[in-house]
Each structure stands twice: as structure tokens, then as C-alpha cells.
Design a protein around this ligand. Structure first.
Ligand code: SF4
Length: 647
């Protein structure tokens, strides 16, 4: 064990089970189950990879306990006895790697998805969801009894399947949380009003589960320390609740925060620092004797060790960090912290996919959801591989190819690696993106990939290496739509602005309100410049996920950025930009005049100057990333991994 992480790797006993360390895998939804909630091979592989990576305990994702409660299309289920066999396979697989395992039990409440359940969502009170705008049905006493029983029966199934315990999901504006919080519970009966009444629903679940399952089965609850809304649950009440639940037989308490109107607190995106909820777990820890789990963007072993030393929690739950690198615990144990692939808090592959009802993946780890397919296998036929372009696609392709035993040469025309990521990390709060470059570069050097920086590859250079395979990752260049005046002296590209190679004036119009346009606007507004974003769709930020969008738009508003939406740029003439509103019936033209700088953030197009030429002379040529089809950094890394695994 590495001497710096003694607390992190000290065992702890919960109920009668000894966890080998303090690292808990957080219950992050995957959408890997079947449409009926059955365990799939993909799901088993996902958890096996993380159990093998060394987590002391795995909390398997929120599992629907009743047909009225399903929130996601591929959500795991525990609502029927037919599901026990699949859950058994899952529990056995996890435990075979020395990890304890709990099954998280969940009912979506007002955030259950009626498109899936074909029924009106249930909730303590008929208060519409801020996300779906759907008003749920206020639960009758019979419905309350029905769902309590569903939780207890699901806990029984978890026990029959061999899980060490269950965690009741009582956080994040799902059903139990909605009962606990005065923000969502306006009932006048025994289940609403006072803290004692709001707690009754959860208390009856815990009490009945303990009665039915006996003393030797872990019962945990994930609670909101704070809802982070004025009328919501606060840490004072949560500490009291924790104490009552402890007396009722709860073994473990997992402290998170946030509701659907504060999504950035549920799934803290990139601008938020590490350990956002640890002050809450520390407060709960003061109130109870049972172990407390802390959570909230815990990214490095150093930070985790310090949190334990500061008595912020007894265990620490890592969610996205273990998606990004399932071997995080083992690497920390061995002191190989530089080898940990960092989660950068982008939410693009995990949470955004989950909320869009798609199977999750990860920006930095293309193997998420493809554990079997992308398990690294050494090649029997080592080849010489030349990669052209040291952006995310090229770096990942080079890393995986080298890991598999190929001899790899990488050419990058800039003086540093990273490509578009070097620009992506320039806007405020985006510095974490740089960690991907640092990680990939560190791995390439360790794998002895030969890197040529400041070297523009050409046919002769490439052929000198006698490559068996050439991978072209030459990226993209700004698109130049047919807009008159786009080549004017006041027009810059977002690329030029973020690269710092062009001066901007004081009053700026950014053309294009996608992620690049919004972030470039934020970068400029943060310098005190006046910025307007002009976007042809109804909303700007259409390609930005919900948690990130909320914070970014708050930042843009605070920085004074204005928006003109439903607007098509028609032409630019000196310091004037002419546009037409798509909503106007008359076809009337509008003008913005006196503009110092116009920024083209209207997209990019592929840049592939080589493939045709090289295809004549090299047996295998692959075009990847933006050079193949412009997309996100997530797409680029996934493409790099895809091609290198197929060599
Ligand atoms: Fe972290 Fe982004 Fe991967 Fe999610 S997609 S685990 S936030 S790096």
C-alpha cells in the first residue's frame, strides 16, 4: 500500500461486513439494463471492471422497485421476482473481486418517466416537475402503502440475489426525497408537515425492511444534506433525520445534495471544485455513530485521503472518477497516481447521456459500456503505425495502439500536443480539460511512442517510416458559410480568439450560439467586453448538457452577454451585421452597427489533406476524429480508441 494513502486503504466494518478500503463506487445510472430492467452482459461487465479495479464497496445504480417508478429507459429493475436470477449473477461477479455490494433502490416519484411507465407519476403532492413540467398525482394512503411494500420486496430480492445490503435512494428529488423535503411535500396528513411526518414514508420502509430481512443485512440511505433551494431540506433537519434512522436500524448514510432545479449540485459539473458536499457529510457525522459516506467530485487520492483525515466522512463515494478510470483504487494503492485517467467533470458522456435516455459513456474513457470489446489485448502482429495529428483522436489512437504492442510514431505540427483541447481549456472554468492532454501525453511518453512536435507531416516523412498503417487525425478548420463579408477585416474565428492570435475590440458579436460560441463569448465577456451572441435556433447552447448549461448561462448573464435567437446572419458590411429573424413574417432586415469584432463560431469542417495520396502507397489508411466527421472531444477520443482496437 502506498504510504500516503493509509486512511483510504484502511478497512471498515459496516453491519457485519468488512470493506477492504474506504472507496465506494457511487450508484451512477448507466441505462445498460434491458427495457424490462433485466441485468445484461454489458451491465455485468461494467460492474466487474470496477470491482476488479479495487473499490471496497460497489453501490449498484438506482433500481426501480415498482412499475410506477421507472425514470430511465435502460434502468435496472428489482420490481419482480423474475429479476432475481440476473441480480444474482451481478452480485456474484462483483463479490468475486473482493468488493462488497449494495443495490440502490429507487422510485422516480414526479421524475418517473410517463413515456415509459404509461402512467401519471406519483408524488407526495401534486407539484409539477421543473424538468418535465408534468404534474404528478398526489399519492393516496393505499398508494403509499403499495410503494412502501415495493421497496421492502425489492430489498428482499436483493438479499435473495446475494447483495450485502441495499441503499434507499432518498435524495435528488426522487420519491423518498420528495416526501422528506418541505419543498415538494405539502401534505396535510400523517405523511406531511412536521419533520416526523415527512420522514414517516422512509422510516416505514427502513423499519419494515429491517423486520423482514433481519439484522445481518446492510441498510443504507442516500440523503440530501441540502436541497439547495430556499424551502428545501437543510442540513439541520438532515442531521436529525440521520439520528432517527440510526435508531431505527440504518447501518450507513450517504450524504449528497441538490434537486432538479439545482442539477449542478446533484452532478457537480466542471467549474465546481472537488468535494462539494463534504461539509454536509461532516455535519451528519457529528450527529451519528454509524459510518457516513461523503460524495461530490472526489477526483484524486490525495484529496480523498485529506478528506478522511479531516473527518469529513468515513467512506468516500466516487462515481464519475471510476467511470473515467475503473482502476483508480488499484493505481492509488500502488502510488501510480499519474497513471489515473482523470474525470474532468464535463458530464458529456455520462450524465448527459443518462438524462437523454441513452446508454452512458465517458469522454476520456471510450471503454465505458464497451468493457469487453475494448479490453486491451496484445497484438500477435506488431505493426508500424504513423499517426498524423496530436489532438484527442490522434493521441488516443496512439496510446491504444502502443498499449497493444504496435510501434507508433506521432506527428504534430504545433509545438505542443492537444489540438482542439488546447483551445477548449481556454474559456473560464474549462482548465480541467488540460488534464486530458497531460494524462495522454504522460501515457504516450511512458509507452515510448515517438513524438515529433512542431513537425508538419508530409508524404515523404510518413513513407520514410515504412508504415503498415497511417492514422490521419488532422482535425477540422472553421467552416466558412456563404455569408457576404465573412472575409472582412473585423471577422475572426473562435479558434483565433481562443488561441490568442488575434486582437478583439470592445463590442463583439459572436455568430453561432453552440458550445463554442457560448464559451468564446464567456471568455471575451470575462475580459470586460460587450458581447452579443446571434443564434439561428430558438435557444442558444443546444449542444450543451443540462447541468453545464445552467451554470454557463448564469455566468453569461452575470457577465452581461446578450442573445439574439431565431436569427440568421445575412451579411456583414464593415462594422455592420445584417440579420433576419426567422420568426418575423415580413422578411424585415435588422442590423447591428458599430461592431468592433465579429467572431465566426458557425461550426467547423473536416480537414483531411492526405488520405487520398497515402491510400496509393500504404496498405491501411484510417481517417478519424474531426478529420472524418466534426464532433466533440468525446467523439474524437472514441474514434481514436475504435480504430486502434481494431488494428
Ligand atoms: Fe467524467 Fe466527463 Fe467521463 Fe463523465 S464523461 S465520467 S464527467 S470525464
Amino acid at each position: 500500500m502506498h504510504r500516503e494513502f493509509k486512511l483510504l486503504f484502511s478497512p471498515i466494518v459496516v453491519n457485519h461486513i468488512t470493506f477492504k478500503n474506504r472507496i465506494v463506487m457511487s450508484p451512477v445510472g448507466t441505462n445498460f439494463a434491458s427495457a424490462r430492467g433485466e441485468v445484461t452482459q454489458r451491465l455485468v461487465d461494467h460492474y466487474e471492471t470496477r470491482a476488479r479495479g479495487g473499490a471496497g464497496m460497489i453501490i449498484v445504480e438506482g433500481t426501480w422497485v415498482h412499475p410506477t417508478g421507472q425514470a430511465f429507459i435502460g434502468q435496472l429493475g428489482a420490481y419482480d421476482d423474475n429479476l432475481v436470477q440476473g441480480l444474482k449473477t451481478l452480485a456474484e461477479t462483483i463479490k468475486a473481486h473482493g468488493a462488497a455490494c449494495l443495490l440502490q433502490l429507487h422510485h422516480g416519484g414526479r421524475h418517473a418517466n410517463p413515456k415509459i411507465t404509461s402512467s401519471q407519476p406519483l408524488a407526495p403532492s401534486a407539484i409539477a416537475s421543473p424538468a418535465t413540467r408534468i404534474t404528478p398525482k398526489e399519492m393516496s394512503l393505499d398508494e403509499i402503502a403499495m410503494v412502501i411494500d415495493a421497496f421492502v420486496q425489492a430489498a428482499r430480492r436483493a438479499k435473495e440475489a446475494g447483495f450485502d445490503g441495499v441503499e434507499f435512494h432518498a435524495a435528488h428529488d426522487y420519491l423518498i426525497s420528495e416526501f422528506l423535503s418541505p419543498y415538494t411535500n405539502k401534505r396535510q396528513d400523517a405523511y406531511g408537515g412536521s419533520l416526523k411526518n415527512r420522514l414517516r414514508f422512509l422510516l416505514e420502509i427502513v423499519s419494515a425492511s429491517r423486520d423482514q430481512l433481519g439484522p445481518h443485512f446492510i441498510l443504507s440511505a442516500r440523503m440530501n444534506g441540502e436541497d439547495y433551494v430556499p424551502e428545501g431540506l437543510n442540513i439541520g433537519e438532515t442531521a436529525q433525520i440521520a439520528k432517527i434512522l440510526e435508531n431505527e436500524g440504518l447501518d450507513l448514510i450517504n450524504v449528497s445534495g441538490g434537486v432538479y432545479v439545482t442539477p449542478h449540485m446533484i452532478i457537480s459539473p466542471l467549474p465546481m471544485g472537488p468535494g462539494v458536499h463534504l461539509h454536509l457529510s461532516a455535519a451528519v457525522k457529528q450527529a451519528v455513530r454509524i459510518p457516513v459516506v461523503g460524495v461530490g467530485r472526489i477526483t484524486t487520492p490525495e484529496f480523498a485521503e485529506q478528506a478522511l483525515e479531516d473527518r469529513k466522512a468515513d467512506l468516500l463515494a466516487l462515481g464519475r472518477a471510476l467511470l473515467a478510470d475503473p482502476d483508480w483504487p488499484q493505481k492509488a494503492y500502488e502510488g501510480r497516481t499519474a497513471d489515473i485517467r482523470p474525470c474532468i467533470g464535463c458530464n458529456q458522456g455520462c450524465i448527459d447521456h443518462l438524462l437523454r435516455q441513452k446508454p452512458i459513456t465517458c469522454m476520456v474513457n471510450a471503454a465505458v459500456g464497451r468493457d469487453r470489446k475494448y479490453a486491451v489485448t496484445k497484438t500477435d502482429h506488431p505493426r508500424t503505425v504513423v499517426v498524423i495529428g496530436g489532438g484527442p483522436a490522434g493521441m488516443e489512437a496512439a496510446r491504444v495502439a502502443a498499449l497493444r504492442g504496435h510501434k507508433v510514431f506521432l506527428y504534430e505540427k504545433a509545438e505542443r500536443l492537444g489540438g482542439q483541447i488546447q483551445l477548449a481549456c481556454v474559456p473560464p472554468n474549462k482548465e480541467a480539460f488540460k488534464k486530458i492532454v497531460d494524462y495522454l501525453e504522460g501515457q504516450l511518453r511512458k509507452l515510448k511512442v515517438t513524438i515529433y512536435l512542431g513537425t508538419e507531416a508530409n508524404r515523404e516523412l510518413v513513407l520514410k517510416k515504412h508504415p503498415d498503417v497511417v492514422i490521419l487525425a488532422t482535425g477540422a478548420v472553421p467552416a466558412r458559410p456563404a455569408i457576404s463579408g465573412l472575409d472582412g477585416s473585423r471577422v475572426l474565428t473562435a479558434h483565433d480568439v481562443l488561441a490568442g492570435c488575434a486582437k478583439t475590440g470592445q463590442w463583439i458579436v459572436v455568430m453561432g450560439g453552440g458550445m463554442t460560441g457560448c464559451e468564446t463569448a464567456h471568455y471575451l465577456a470575462a475580459q470586460g467586453k460587450g458581447v452579443i451572441i446571434i443564434e439561428q435556433l430558438k435557444w442558444a447552447g443546444h449542444d450543451i448538457g443540462p447541468a453545464r448549461r445552467l451554470l454557463l448561462f448564469k455566468n453569461l448573464k452575470e457577465a452581461g452577454v446578450n442573445f439574439i435567437t431565431n436569427a440568421i446572419v445575412q451579411c456583414i458590411d464593415g462594422d455592420r451585421l445584417y440579420y433576419q429573424k426567422t420568426t418575423a413574417e415580413s422578411g424585415e432586415q435588422n442590423v447591428l452597427s458599430g461592431v468592433d469584432t465579429l467572431v465566426n463560431a458557425l461550426g467547423v469542417r473536416s480537414f483531411d489533406p492526405f488520405s487520398e495520396e497515402l491510400e496509393q502507397e500504404v496498405s491501411r489508411v484510417e481517417v478519424i476524429g474531426d478529420a472524418r466527421s466534426p464532433g466533440t472531444c468525446l467523439n474524437a477520443i472514441a474514434d481514436g480508441a475504435r480504430v486502434a482496437h481494431a488494428l
